[in-house]
Design a protein around this ligand. Sequence first.
Ligand code: PGA
Length: 227
Amino acid sequence: MIVAANFKTNKTRKETVEYLKELEKIDFGNVKVAVFPPQSALIEDELIGAQNAYPTMSGAYTGEIGLEQLNEFNIKRILIGHSERRHILGESQEFIAKKFDFFKNNNFEIFYCIGEPLEIRKKGIEAVVEYLKGQLIGIDLEYEKLIVAYEPVWAIGTGVSAKLEQIQETHKEIRKFIKRPILYGGSVKLSNIEDILKIENVDGVLVGSASLDVEVFKEMIKKAKEI
Ligand code: PGA
């Protein structure tokens, strides 16, 4: 099981250090835990991954960080393709694939996000699968450090996760072409994590809002341990 926290644009470096201290008090068992803090809170710690970086060692990319900056903290894990970067920051599939290649070539563990907007979901599962496949163009699905996160856009940050049957059906479809771990993300909370983790083809969760409270996140890890 994999349980990952995406802080997005929340928490300072000091808060992140305290969070990790608190988190490390518990035994993770065989649960793999990852924490993605904002760039200003990157810390050298095996749990930490970057929410984003530019596919470059260094250079003239104002506002971005590259591999040189990640290397300073020995970061070897990155989130790519998150819906907020696709839809708010306007990242194209072509650019996302370029990023994927760069970090793959640098041996990063890549948490690669895919997920459909509501208008596609309304068209049914076939349209959803077709849309998701479009978000995988140019991505090496055999990469041994790839972890996929299925996060329906309409379930992210809304407090309403996808229905268990929808998660089950979608993960089953994704499994047909992805053999690597598949996480679910989108309004995962303490109240639904157990049911979600018990679904076939769900190998873990990517948690946004609910991960911000370390006590809640610790409880989530404990629940994952029991499954
Ligand atoms: P959420 O975010 O848990 O707040 O819905 C999940 C994500 O965007 O990774």
